[in-house]
Design a protein around this ligand. Structure first.
Ligand code: ZN
Length: 334
């Protein structure tokens, strides 16, 4: 079936071997009327097996995913692959170039743009292509996120509790083998249109992460990301080898209650009392908001409503009312 899309792709997905090329997204602008945005894509087709589709740079200020996947794309050879690996290291390339969460071309969040539009703005065109061309090719969809400039996470593999029990069991097993300390079950508290949700609805084994943050490419976090990606590929039969187990126990935690997500009570400067990974008790003051215009005013406390571990916190001091400043993940059996 031919899919109607405005995005052109100059690699073929069924040709054995390794190909590098571009997704060409029409982008007409003031200094180039006939132009396209060129997003690098690598396809490695080896022996028969499953298809892994891996994305980095869905948000442009999260760098471990793009770096890990560019390295993987350079290293992978078809002789070593059982199946097919499709890698797009910088899905929202304009945002990655700018180092911003949102695309500077249309202000859109790639991870709220799904399923996309046939004739929308650049971000919508990319999302539409992913939904209608790339997702149908894939068995496993990997989307490597970090906290970005605004957040820091304790590195974790993340997942939703999808309704299909068999799909969920496969996703949970992959999240565990990824080998970050936490498998983090999360809720969508800030809108719809997520890439992983679209892939989940299409029945894919979806692997997502929150690797660190702070707008950096952290060397320790990058090692966890690289090991995790390879571990999942080995578990899924795409690569030979042995899964590299971490030297700590992998724990499953959940922030599936809105109370687990704490927003700033007021504009000001946020001071976190805790670092990610620290234990938290319900009722504990985890931080406070200072008021730089009223230096004598007592800070406003930020109080946890659940007990567990601080899985994520705000990375930027200057904070607006309603910005997420702390996320508490509760231990769960899974
Ligand atoms: Zn992200």
């Amino acid at each position: 079936m031919t899919v109607k899309t405005q995005v052109a792709c100059d690699v073929r997905f069924d040709t054995p071997g390794k190909q590098r090329g571009y997704l060409r997204v029409p982008h007409s602008h003031n200094t180039a009327g006939w132009a396209s945005l060129q997003i690098p894509i690598t396809v490695v087709v080896g022996k028969p097996g499953p298809t892994l589709l891996a994305f980095g740079g869905t948000h442009g200020d999260e760098f471990e995913g793009p770096v890990a996947l560019m390295k993987l794309a350079r290293e992978l050879e078809p002789e070593a692959v059982r199946g097919r690996v499709i890698i797009v290291p910088a899905l929202n390339l304009p945002a990655v170039r700018a180092g911003t969460r949102l695309s500077p071309l249309d202000g859109m969040n790639m991870n709220r743009a799904f399923p996309g539009e046939y004739n929308g703005s650049v971000t919508s065109l990319i999302a539409h292509y992913v939904t209608n061309v790339l997702f149908p090719l894939a068995d496993i969809v990997m989307d490597i996120h970090s906290g970005g400039r605004s957040m820091v996470f304790y590195p974790c593999a993340t997942l939703h509790r999808v309704p299909d029990d068999a799909q969920y069991a496969r996703m949970l097993a992959a999240a565990k083998v990824f080998g970050a300390r936490y498998v983090f079950m999360y809720a969508d508290i800030a809108g719809e249109g997520l890439l992983p949700v679209q892939a989940e609805r299409m029945g894919k084994l979806v692997v997502t992460t929150e690797m660190g943050g702070n707008g950096e490419c952290n060397p320790g976090v990058l090692r966890i990301a690289e090991r995790g990606i390879r571990n999942v590929m080995i578990q899924q039969g795409l690569l030979d080898g042995v899964v590299t187990a971490p030297d700590y126990e992998v724990l499953t935690v959940a922030s599936t209650d809105p109370a687990d997500y704490i927003g700033a009570p007021a504009d000001g400067l946020y001071e976190s009392f805790l670092e990610v990974g620290d234990p938290v008790e319900a009722g504990q003051t985890v931080g406070q908001v200072h008021f730089p215009e009223q230096a004598d005013r007592a800070p406003e406390p930020v109080v946890a409503r659940s007990s567990g571990v601080l899985i994520g916190r705000r990375a930027i001091g200057a904070t607006s009312q309603g910005d997420n400043v702390a996320t508490i993940a509760r231990p769960v059996q899974a």
